[in-house]
Every structure is written in C-alpha cells, then in structure tokens.
Write a protein that binds this ligand. Structure first.
Ligand SMILES: NC(=O)c1ccc[n+]([C@@H]2O[C@H](COP(=O)([O-])OP(=O)(O)OC[C@H]3O[C@@H](n4cnc5c(N)ncnc54)[C@H](OP(=O)(O)O)[C@@H]3O)[C@@H](O)[C@H]2O)c1
Length: 297
C-alpha cells in the first residue's frame, strides 16, 4: 500500500521531515508552503540531502491525504485555512510538530481529536545560504500514542530519526516550554547569547521565570517535580557554551516574528486562567509584543 503523505510548512522542520520521508519509495510525498521554494536541501554531517519535489503554494482542489504533517509555527496556523481545509479529509491522520502546548486546539475545526498526533521535536535546524538548511544532530521526535502512531513511525527509517511514542506528551511539552520560554525571553530581550549568564542576577531571573512557568504547568496537569526540574535546567544553563543562542533570539535578530504566543504568552494567559501570578512573563510579553517581530503587532 502506498500512503499519500503531505507536509504543510516547508521551513526548517518541514524540510527536515521531507528529507526523512522522501527516501521511502512506498509513499508519495507532496509539499505545501506559503512561498515558493527554488530548491530544497538539508546538510547533515556535511552531507547534502536534496529533495527534488516541487513545493505547491496553492491548492486549486482538495486532496485525499493519508497523513498530513504540519510543521508551522503557532502563529502561522491561523493563516493556513485554505491548506488545512483542502488537505485534511475525514480519513487524514494529522501530525502537528511544533513548540509549545495544546497543539490540537487550532485543528479541531478540521478534524476530530482522535485523528491528531501531537509531537515535539528535538533537533536544531537552521537556515544556511540560498534557502538550504543544516541539521545539527539526529532528530528525536516525541509523539503521543494513538491508534495510528505505529503506522506513522513505520514511514521512517530508524537509522535517521529516533521516535519516542508516549501516552501523554503534555509533561514533556511543558518542560520544553518552561525551559525555552525562560532562556528565550532573557536572551531575546538582552539581544545576547548565553555568555550573559556569567552575571548571577540573570541566573536568578532565569530561575524566577522557570518557577512561574512550572507553577502554571502543574496547574495545567503537567507532572513536574519543581525543585528537581529547576535545578537540572539551571545546571544546564550555567554549562552552556557562551555563544549558544535561542530560537527567540535568532528570530529577533533576523527580524522574523518571535514565537511569543507559543512561549511566554501562553504561560501568562494560562496563569490568568488558573489564578497564578506570572509577573515576569507578563512583563516579557508586554515588551516583546512591542517589537516589529510580533505577528500580532
Ligand atoms: N528550527 C528548529 O530548529 C526547531 C527545533 C525544534 C522545534 N521547532 C519548532 O517547529 C515549528 C516549525 O518551526 P520552523 O523552524 O520549521 O519554522 P520556519 O522555518 O519558519 O518554517 C515555517 C514554514 O511554514 C511556512 N508557512 C508560514 N505560514 C504558512 C501558511 N499560512 N501556509 C503555508 N505555509 C506557511 C513558511 O513559509 P515561508 O517560506 O513563506 O516563510 C515556512 O516555510 C515551530 O514551532 C518551532 O518552534 C523548530
């Protein structure tokens, strides 16, 4: 049986997913993106993998896909209605790979909850020259277990990607969110990389951001042992190489929209919902909302 698989959003993660699925001759792969792409390729260990597939930028008619892998940023989903309505049929299984939490919500107008796999990915992928990308390590994809997750996993070669299938990705997604929102906020506002954590005041600020995030995460149902988690993340922080940045910092420097809605903003707004005070996240949001990078500004 040949599966029809589509990828929506062919940026860094979409290109990585395309490079992993393209070699599987048992599936037919189609790619959809807002802007045209002249070429698609990704470097891994200095080897270039080319993906010679035309990227479609419009959808004149509905497609019947077996799987749709959505690799959009949180704020991009709302503008992708035509693609989502045209690519998701009643039988289509949808995999949402992105940072943040509550991946399913924006997709419920298009399909039922049981057809959606939420996923988080661990694999830094960055743009290099001419629209090509570089992946920095072997990807680890964490997906929640559904009736079709084993079938989805079977589309990939285990040599190229590690896929962990777990009962509930909420706790993992929250841990990643608390960590990336705390680090990203400080680096993005300072405009500097991790060398600034030589200053103990910023390490203390990072701890306060983590504490706020964890309180909201626990209220939202994540299972996090606060002191152990915070200690582990702070230990990582002080050992980061001085030049390490974050995706929020990179976006700000490139003039691209910052994923605020999937990071500090979701902590702030859920904090309000659960009556948990998040004054530092609120301040971060107030400041970053005013940058030109904010998609809602
Ligand atoms: N990059 C990483 O290292 C990394 C690592 C872990 C997790 N993540 C997460 O993965 C998710 C995707 O990030 P990314 O880095 O792949 O983002 P990205 O490079 O910005 O890619 C997003 C792609 O979606 C396309 N797009 C935007 N709006 C669209 C629309 N309305 N219809 C169709 N296509 C649309 C963009 O097209 P254009 O060409 O027009 O911009 C772009 O190609 C994010 O949640 C991110 O945080 C990323």
């Amino acid at each position: 049986m040949s599966y029809k698989v589509g990828i929506l959003g062919v940026g860094a993660i979409g290109t990585l997913m395309a490079s992993l699925l393209y070699p599987n001759k048992k599936l037919s792969l189609s790619l959809y993106n807002r802007s045209p792409k002249q070429q698609l390729s990704i470097f891994n260990d200095k080897k270039e993998k080319k993906i010679p597939i035309h990227v479609e930028t419009s959808l004149p008619e509905k497609r019947k896909l077996d799987f749709l892998c959505i690799c959009l940023k949180e704020h991009q989903v709302k503008n992708a209605h035509t693609f989502l309505a045209g690519l998701i049929g009643v039988e289509t299984k949808v995999i949402v790979i992105r940072n943040g939490i509550h991946h399913k919500e924006a997709l419920l107008p298009y399909t039922s909850e049981r057809n959606i796999i939420e996923a988080v990915i661990d694999c830094p992928v960055q743009p290099i020259a001419d629209g090509r990308y570089e992946q920095l390590n072997k990807p680890v994809l964490i997906i929640n277990r559904t009736a079709f997750s084993e079938l989805f996993i079977s589309l990939f070669s285990p040599a190229d990607i590690k896929i962990n299938c777990i009962l509930n990705i909420k706790t993992i997604a929250w841990k990643k969110l608390c960590e990336s929102a705390a680090l990203g906020a400080i680096l993005c506002l300072a405009g500097e990389s991790c060398w600034i954590f030589k200053d103990q005041r910023l390490v203390n600020l990072h701890k306060k951001l983590l504490q706020e995030g964890v309180q909201v995460a626990i209220a939202d149902g994540a299972e996090i042992k606060e002191p152990i988690f915070i200690e582990a993340i702070q230990k990582k922080l002080v050992n980061y190489p001085p030049e390490k940045g974050s995706s929020m910092l990179s976006d700000r420097k490139r003039g691209a929209p910052i994923e605020l809605g999937a990071k500090n903003q979701v902590i702030s707004s859920l904090g309000k919902q659960y009556a948990i005070e998040t004054p530092i996240h609120d301040l971060v949001c107030m400041l970053l909302e005013k940058t030109n990078n904010n998609p809602t500004s």
